[in-house]
Design a protein around this ligand. Structure first.
Ligand code: GLC
Length: 799
């Protein structure tokens, strides 16, 4: 069963059955202001932080789901019938009213046909305004398809937030008297009286025929957004008040002749009345069109960094549009703004952000570098990263300004600097490949010598920071000589403390590989020698201590008991240790083939690879919280999406292109478009996890959009399956594809030049480059061209 389809030409996902059992979400905004919005226009906006600067309110995990939102209502002022342009909140019977929602890149479009009126609402946040006066535009068009004149009212409605998420949800004896609404310059304003710069506005490109600034006045007692009193009666009450629940409701009356169309614009933004006036001037109809066109070209340019043509329709669709888009949104908004993370946390998760920033440096170079600088600053001198931290707090100067006696608890820097006991073993290691991939992309070696402070004391060059991360991990080893698991490794629920983590050991080897590549590029021979030796020793230890005959152990508990062995009944085979054994290069070929066969045998499902199997059912705190999680859910035997691409990389390194594609296809959301009755999730984004075999709802995906699965899927598919990898000195094209592919094409922009890559596969092999031509001339490696268009022909011959 399906609820929608892909419109590739428009780069939109079209939901033509809007009664989807779950929210299908999208993200608006490409700079400071963001909005997460559902296919029914439910959702909320923020500026900079979804925790500390909320613009609109959301009632998460509620019934009806996804209320409230950024709504537009229409009312036939003769019959009194009214409806919303998104199916919710009025929720008319779908056999009477026709609805469609379209999610595009940083905009969403809601369409409705009812009572011979067709109407459309586009929501987007213009780019150029992002920096100073961000504003979300509701671009509304209404057309009279009937043969008589129609008198209509159009209403825009938003519910303002108390700015701080805690204030929205608790301490109402304070909150309800700290925010107020005003009406100035034909706009409804909402202020947070105790904060100097916390004005929000809702305005239109018209002089309103009515307004309300108090939620209860617009909605009415014992009504909801489904039947708000203001729309039901057709009369808004000009309410505004200091205190209470502020909202923005604006009414505009229209008379439309047969066939006539009208356009109405609403603006939601931050700032006072003059900001509303500025928005109105800047985004009149022509300004709005221009801003929308600019947003479209912004995305054209981004996606243009790499476009592929492969003989796999959904792979093209994913790599050329949705997978990159999702990865970008993750880098931009981090993880804490969704319908799942509803703003109660702010800042950056260390490992998640590092991995996000590693995966798409070609498309988002500035943002990835910004994230990397923030993470470097969030690293302790001892080498580990602050697991969750708010860079704004680190950067903030301590002041002795006015302290409010109540209200908002402020995050303080000291509290954020956690000690070793709260350190995760993997966090800072991810930063090394993230840095190195970004420098390979830009070619800017001087970044390694930039000075950046540590979170606690002192500062060091980027190079020093990388060494601190490596040194920390090489020192933190347990009784078998394998790296300790500490509070957790990548798997939040594997809490080994002084026990040892195979995954971290292999990740350390991989991070060292990246570091050594950089050391060679920088000519830092001493460091090259030192870390080559440390790495060789760790690899040796891993091969000896962690090999269990058929696959690799996941680690050891603090008491030395093996986890993930052939002898185990629960948690026998784990994805992290086996994939990383191969990716790191630490496993020898026989071990690699055997352990990835075990992954296929034990973990494969048609919905993707499970994280471990069989799920844990016996509580064992020496392994960790994972043994307290329901079997088949999240880290305990679910198809956790994020590590799935690790298996694609591993299979590509082993040269098994068909196997990699089998795993890729199982997880690819676009492949599941017609299986909504089971997967129950938006088919254009990777979800955090899918229920595993040990759960009754096997195949059901949860937590879309904000997940590291996306970056990794993009990274694995483009760099390993298609094999296009920038290096310090040249571009590698070393694909690993199914043998039946005749080849593929790709256009990759890199360091000022455009590479038009054509891969041919006349012998129908899975891997192995036979010859490379660069602009017609045979070459060993594809050189860095600083400009121009260059034609790269790669013929596969087999290994
Ligand atoms: C969540 C966390 C991530 C962690 C993963 C596995 O996705 O955001 O940091 O690695 O779970 O536990």
């Amino acid at each position: 069963m399906r609820y929608g389809y892909f419109d590739d030409a428009a780069r939109e996902y079209v939901i033509d059955r809007v009664d989807v059992p779950v929210s299908m979400t999208n993200y608006l905004g490409t700079q400071r202001m963001g909005t997460v919005i559902s296919h029914n226009a439910g959702g909320y906006s923020w500026l900079d932080s979804p925790q500390h600067h909320r613009i609109t309110r959301f009632r998460p995990n509620g019934v009806p789901m996804d209320w409230p939102g950024h709504y537009v209502y229409l009312r036939d002022d003769e019959s009194g019938k009214y409806w919303s342009l998104s199916w919710q909140p009025t929720g008319l019977p779908l056999d009477e009213a026709k609805y469609e929602a379209r999610h595009g890149l940083s905009y969403s479009r809601f369409k409705c046909d009812y009572q011979d009126i067709s109407a459309e609402q586009i929501l987007f946040i213009p780019r150029e305004a992002g920096k100073e006066d961000p504003v979300e535009i509701f671009d509304v068009r209404i057309r009279n398809n009937s043969s008589r004149e129609r008198n209509l009212s159009v209403y825009g409605y938003v519910e303002f937030s108390f700015h701080e998420i805690d204030m929205d949800n608790q301490n109402f004896q304070m909150s309800l008297y700290a925010a107020g609404s005003h009406y100035e310059n034909d706009a409804v304003l909402c202020e947070l009286h105790y904060e100097p710069n916390a004005w929000q506005f809702f305005a239109g490109n018209f002089v309103p025929d009515g307004y309300d600034g108090v939620r209860e006045a617009f909605i009415g007692n014992y009504c909801t957004e489904r039947n708000p009193a203001g729309v039901n009666t057709g009369k808004l009450t000009a309410s505004h008040e200091l205190g209470g629940n502020p909202c923005g409701a604006l009414q505009k009356k229209l008379t439309l002749k047969p066939g006539e169309e009208a356009r109405v614009l609403f603006y939601l933004g931050t700032g006072k009345g003059d900001a509303a006036e500025k928005a109105r001037k800047r985004y009149d109809e022509a300004g709005t069109d221009e801003a929308f066109a600019e947003l479209r070209s912004f995305w054209d340019a981004k996606l243009g960094g790499l476009q592929v043509t492969v003989p796999h329709e959904n792979m093209n669709r994913s790599l050329n549009i949705w997978n990159l888009y999702q990865s970008e949104v993750n880098v931009l908004f981090s993880r804490f703004s969704s319908f799942i993370e509803v703003g109660g946390r702010t800042g950056l998760g260390y490992r998640d952000t590092a991995q996000d920033a590693m995966c798409i440096p070609h498309a988002e170079p500035d943002m990835c570098m910004k994230r990397i600088r923030q993470l470097l600053h969030g690293q302790m001198k001892q080498g580990y990263g602050l697991h969750l931290f708010d860079p704004a707090v680190l950067e903030k100067e301590e002041t002795d300004g006015f302290k409010s006696p109540t209200v908002i608890p402020e995050a303080d820097k000291k509290g954020m600097l956690h000690g070793l006991k709260d350190a995760c073993a993997d966090d800072a290691l991810w930063l090394i490949p993230a840095i190195v991939e970004n420098v390979r992309e830009s070619g800017d070696l001087s970044f390694f010598d930039q000075e950046i402070p540590f979170a606690d004391e002192g500062s060091g060059t980027v190079w020093d920071h990388m060494k601190a991360a490596l040194d920390f991990s090489y020192e933190q080893v347990g009784s078998h000589g394998v790296t300790k698991g500490l509070r957790a490794d990548w798997n939040d629920c594997l809490n080994l403390g002084g026990g040892e983590s195979a995954m971290v050991a292999f990740l350390l080897v991989w991070a060292t590989n990246h570091f050594l590549d950089a050391a060679r590029a920088m000519g830092r021979k001493e460091d090259e020698a030192k870390y080559t030796a440390l790495k060789a020793h760790m690899e040796e230890t891993c091969r000896k201590q962690l090999w269990d005959g058929k696959w690799f152990l996941r680690g050891f508990t603090a008491a030395g008991a093996p986890i993930g062995s052939q002898a185990a009944v629960e948690g026998k085979v784990h994805m992290e240790s086996n994939t990383w054994a191969v990716i790191s290069g630490a496993a020898d070929r026989e071990q690699g083939l055997s352990c990835m066969d075990a992954v296929d045998e034990w973990l494969y499902t048609p919905w993707g690879l499970m994280l471990n199997a069989p799920s844990f059912v016996t509580l064992d705190d020496s392994i960790g919280f994972v043994t307290r999680v329901y079997p088949g859910v999240k880290e305990n035997g679910a198809i956790f999406s994020h590590p799935n691409p690790w298996a694609w990389v591993a299979e590509c390194m082993l040269g098994r292109g068909s196997r990699a594609m089998k795993f890729y296809d199982a997880l690819l959301p676009e492949n599941q478009n017609d299986k909504m009755e089971i997967r129950q999730a938006e088919p254009y984004s990777y979800c955090q996890f899918i229920m595993g075999k040990d759960h009754t709802a096997h195949g059901r995906a949860r937590h879309p959009f904000m997940t590291g699965s996306s970056g990794w899927a993009y990274y694995a598919a483009t760099r390993y399956m298609l094999g296009i990898r920038p290096g310090f000195e040249g571009l590698t094209v070393d694909p690993c594809i199914p043998a039946h592919w005749d080849g593929f094409e790709a256009v990759r922009k890199w360091r000022g030049a455009e590479y038009r890559i054509k891969v041919t596969n006349p012998s129908h092999v899975e891997k192995g480059v036979g010859r490379i031509l660069a602009d017609g001339k045979p070459v060993e490696t594809i050189p860095v061209f600083d400009e121009g268009i260059h034609f790269i022909d790669v013929e596969l011959k087999g290994e």
